[in-house]
Design a binder for this molecule. Structure first.
Ligand code: SF4
Length: 319
């Protein structure tokens, strides 16, 4: 039975979860989802992870079709690693403010001013920026990757200035930073964070390194999305103030149902600690993408090959 169509051609089944499971079998498809996706999408995912885990899964999947429930640069990374597979993104407009803060032309000029520098780029960037980079990193492995670079080798770190500053502090390495940032992680208010800590003195503050230094200095623990998820399970604390995209709270609550998770407050009383780009993907769009085999991610082969090299270096350096 079908309800009213959201697409002129394809109907939506009543049991979307069942229909997605059927399509997975029919297409030999795998659904990879980021922790920042809606809980319904998280629940249909075959693999749920942060950027590092998702790229590792994309590199080793045997599926013919990859349905990437995340943002554009993540699906692009899956395509770079799997040129012969069909890679679908439920909503092609699911972009990323951080990736957009590093336009390729401007970055090429910036790079040309530092010709002897090694370029390490956070995975949250476009394929064009990856193609201009020497090594890709994620928030989970950035510190370790920078530590593996010889001390006399100057480094450009792009595009996130907050992650770059954090990595610089952790490693003691001076790096030339591209001044990009994420609109979600820059939205957390230090003032409101302090008020929340006063209200919940027993809570530990855990934060993603994309947050601004003013927020990070209140954190008891700083780590990638997966590291935050693991930490809250291992810690003896019963409650946590979580400064990263609010979608991760669903997995934290599932993993530790008896603990309390409080989303760190944004500057305004809005939902701007939820990534508006990630939230463009919905369960309905995910179903329609599988049903219609579109929208598909495609890339010029020259760009793909140039972007592949620094991703492979990251995967080799993260073993
Ligand atoms: S949370 Fe920030 S970095 Fe992550 S996808 Fe959204 S805009 Fe990009």
């Amino acid at each position: 039975m079908f309800t009213t169509l959201s697409s002129p051609k394809v109907g939506l089944p009543r049991d979307l979860f069942g229909a997605i499971a059927d399509l997975k079998r029919e297409l030999n498809a795998v659904v990879l989802a980021h922790y920042y996706q809606d809980p319904d999408i998280q629940d249909v995912a075959d693999y749920l992870g942060d950027s590092l885990g998702l790229s590792q899964q994309a590199a080793k999947t045997e599926a013919d079709v990859i349905v990437f429930a995340g943002v554009h640069f993540m699906a692009e990374t899956a395509k770079i690693l799997n040129p012969n597979k069909l890679v679908l993104l439920p909503d092609l407009d699911a972009g990323c403010s951080l990736a957009d803060s590093c336009p390729p032309d401007a970055f090429a000029q910036f790079k040309a001013k530092h010709p002897d520098h090694l370029v390490i780029s956070y995975i949250n960037c476009t394929a064009d920026i990856k193609a201009m980079s020497d090594i890709i990193c994620t928030s989970a492995n950035a510190v370790s990757i920078v530590r593996q670079i010889p001390a006399d080798q100057p480094i450009i770190f792009a595009p996130d200035r907050n992650l770059g500053k954090y990595v610089s502090e952790q490693t003691g390495r001076e790096m030339v930073l591209w001044q990009g940032s994420c609109m979600v992680h820059e939205t957390f208010s230090e003032k409101k964070m302090v008020q929340l800590k006063i209200q919940h003195p027993e809570a530990e503050v855990i934060a993603h390194p994309e947050c601004e230094p003013a927020v990070l200095r209140h954190a008891d623990y700083i780590g990638s999305t997966t590291a935050l998820l693991n930490y809250c399970q291992k810690s003896s604390s019963e409650s946590f103030i979580v400064a990263t995209e609010a979608g991760i709270l669903h997995q934290m609550q599932k993993a530790a149902p008896n603990k309390q998770f409080i989303a760190a407050p944004p500057v305004n009383n809005c939902a701007c600690n939820e990534c508006p780009h990630m939230r463009l993907n919905t369960l309905e769009k995910l179903y329609l993408a599988m049903k219609t085999r579109s929208p598909e991610i495609t890339l010029p082969e020259q760009t793909r090959l140039a972007a592949l090299r620094p991703i492979q270096r990251m995967l080799e350096m993260s073993i």
